[in-house]
Design a protein around this ligand. Structure first.
Ligand code: MV4
Length: 586
């Protein structure tokens, strides 16, 4: 067994891995960027080393620096978590060359699954069902047009280097194919330096159902059942659950076998996930394999009792699996909500900031995996997840009530999060019926109802408005009241405060700067400008796309009118509060 393991990641997954190491009696080595000096993963690890400046390219992605730290710390193995270097075959090989164990699959399996066209061909040869379409790259638009006719519209165009929905476009009809083809290629080039695309039949309203597998070095492969991750927003999963609402024991066995076959076909070792689509008529198709631990692994842990991260470490240390397929039993129902620093009412705009107050829910059946504490900064440098809230209960309905209860207990102040969104989904009829909730997530009017309480206006030097919470007792009954009043004026509640209450809430991080000005709700780079000066726009029309926190954020017009000013350029940086457009009239 290892005596010291380096965790090449940050945030909640680094904490998760450190916990598993601690339970195995293994020392942990954390690494961190300058932005993460006070992070929880750094505090919890046995040892910690600075990698470099905040941007991931100068810290968490810097292979040379990591290799230096690995050597200096004496770590014998590296756990990559998810994201960053987790699916980087070159990193896995560099470790191997340095005589260090990569806690993950062989580099050859990462490579095999990294190219989606190669993976589709391998899977087809292994008898794993793939979505009908091409296994070879589609070189030209003319080829695409011919093949799309054979497949039949609508077709999905996907980037071969992609995955997780990056470089995924749909052409509903022939005259939309060029846009889809070029869009997917452009995104593939941008994110993966690979403009290769392939075509698939587009399945209407499928479920995203994925199967967790574990494989040891002795040829034992087991599956831990499925997770349903159909509730997504722009290919970011928001809610996951296990078991999947539409999967019974028979289907579980069938897709479990498909997943085991897929893993065997690439000589897999460690924990991996077969992602697939379950069509409306119950057909299951392989989509791609994730060769790492996933964000949503916790729901599988809850229903099987298997500690997936511990198993990863044991397998990498050369131990055989301590159980077979017949030892795996599923019990109850688990749901995970990703608590992102995002404002669902503003089209899921990122809402970075400082977590002023933080208190996690607890009680029966509740697990919180998080990397933050009160005072932590959610920076636009990394992904926006503040915490994962996972609940378990005997069945789906009970688990739903437990999730609603835990969401109510969760106290996060200073940054806007998806808590109101999750509360609304848990209370919805669609969720109760086990639907994908796509109609809700894409409904701008519904999302607007999730708006946060109005925050005070920025200080304009004159009649500043402040918000303060008070507890009052009326006839012995306790009430919590929120008072919006003038800062310099008389105390809004008699006797409650002598001095003017201090401004407590952070300035609203979204929406218009007031009047005609459309202000940027976030810091990022202008990816695309979709209007011109002088153009007429409707309220809600797409004005521009700002790339931040690895996401493309659609910024829409806050009112109807004419674009009078448009001081933005594609590729340029914008700060939160910068004017994106001035819209006059309307
Ligand atoms: C698809 C699809 C329909 N047909 N592929 C790919 C990445 C993943 N994030 C979702 N992906 C999809 N691939 C074909 N051929 C529909 C989706 C899809 C989806 C699937 C299940 C549940 C929710 C979804 C949300 C968006 C897209």
């Amino acid at each position: 067994m290892f005596t010291r393991v380096l965790v090449a990641n940050r945030g909640e997954i680094a904490v998760r891995v450190i916990r598993a190491l601690d339970e195995l009696g293994i020392e942990s080595v954390a690494v961190y960027s300058e932005a993460d000096r006070d992070a929880q993963h750094v505090k919890r690890a046995t040892h910690a080393y600075l990698l470099g400046p905040g941007p991931a390219a100068e810290s968490y992605l810097k292979v040379d620096k990591l290799l230096e730290v690995i050597a200096e710390s004496g770590a014998e193995a590296v756990h990559p978590g998810y994201g960053f270097l987790a699916e980087n075959a070159a990193f896995a090989r560099a470790l191997e060359d340095a005589g260090v164990t990569f806690i993950g699959p062989p580099a050859s399996a990462i490579d095999a699954m990294g190219s989606k066209t190669k993976a589709r061909e391998l899977m087809q040869n292994a008898g794993v069902p793939i979505v009908p379409g091409t296994t070879d790259p589609v070189e030209t638009l003319e080829d695409a047009e011919r093949i799309a006719e054979e497949i039949g519209y609508p077709v999905a165009v996907k980037a071969a280097g992609g995955g997780g929905g990056k470089g995924f476009r749909v052409a509903l009809e022939p005259d939309k194919l060029q846009d889809a083809f070029e869009g997917a290629a452009r995104e593939g080039e941008k994110f993966f330096s690979d403009a290769t695309v392939y075509l698939e039949r587009y399945l209407p309203d499928p479920r995203h159902v994925e199967v967790q597998v574990l494989a040891d070095g002795e040829g034992n492969v087991v599956h831990l059942g499925e997770r349903d991750c159909s509730i997504q927003r722009r290919h970011q999963k928001l809610i996951e659950e296990s078991p999947a609402p539409l999967v019974d024991a028979e289907l579980r066995e069938r897709i479990g076998k498909i997943a085991v076959d897929a893993a065997r076909a690439v000589d897999y070792r460690g924990a991996g996930t077969i992602e697939g689509l379950l069509s409306e008529d119950g057909e299951y198709f392989f989509l791609e394999m994730n060769t790492r631990v996933q964000v949503e692994h916790c729901v599988t842990e809850a229903v099987t009792g298997v500690d997936i991260v511990r198993e990863q470490i044991l397998i990498a240390a050369g131990e055989p699996l301590g159980f077979g397929q017949d030892d795996i039993h599923w019990h109850g129902h688990a749901i995970e909500c990703r608590i992102n620093a995002e404002d669902a009412s503003k089209n899921f705009a990122p809402a970075p900031g400082t977590v002023a107050h933080y208190r996690e829910p607890s009680g029966p059946g509740v697990r919180v995996d998080s990397g933050v504490l009160s005072g932590s900064e959610i920076t636009p440098l990394y992904d926006p997840m503040v915490a994962k809230l996972i609940v378990w209960d005997a069945d789906r309905e009970k688990a739903t009530r437990r999730m609603a209860r835990a969401l109510k207990e969760f106290e996060i102040e200073g940054v806007k999060t998806l808590i109101p969104f999750h509360k609304a989904i848990m209370a919805s009829e669609q969720w109760a019926k086990g639907e994908t909730c796509r109609d809700l997530i894409e409904d701008k009017q519904w999302l607007k109802t999730l708006a946060f309480d109005a925050a005070p206006k920025p200080d304009d030097g004159e009649d500043e408005t402040v918000t303060k919470d008070y507890v009052v007792e009326v006839g012995g009954k306790r009430f919590e009241v929120r008072v919006h009043g003038e800062a310099g004026g008389a105390a809004p509640v008699a006797g409650a405060a002598k001095a003017a209450p201090k401004k407590r809430e952070r300035k609203a991080s979204g929406g218009a700067g007031g009047g005609d000005t459309l202000a940027s709700p976030l810091q990022g780079n202008v990816f695309k400008v979709l209007v011109e000066e002088g153009a007429e726009v409707q309220e809600g029309a797409l004005v521009c796309i700002i790339e931040a926190m690895k996401m493309e954020n659609e910024i829409t017009a806050h009112k109807a009118g004419t674009i009078a000013e448009l001081p933005i350029k594609e590729g340029a940086a914008v700060k939160s509060g910068d004017t994106l457009a001035v819209i006059k009239g309307g």
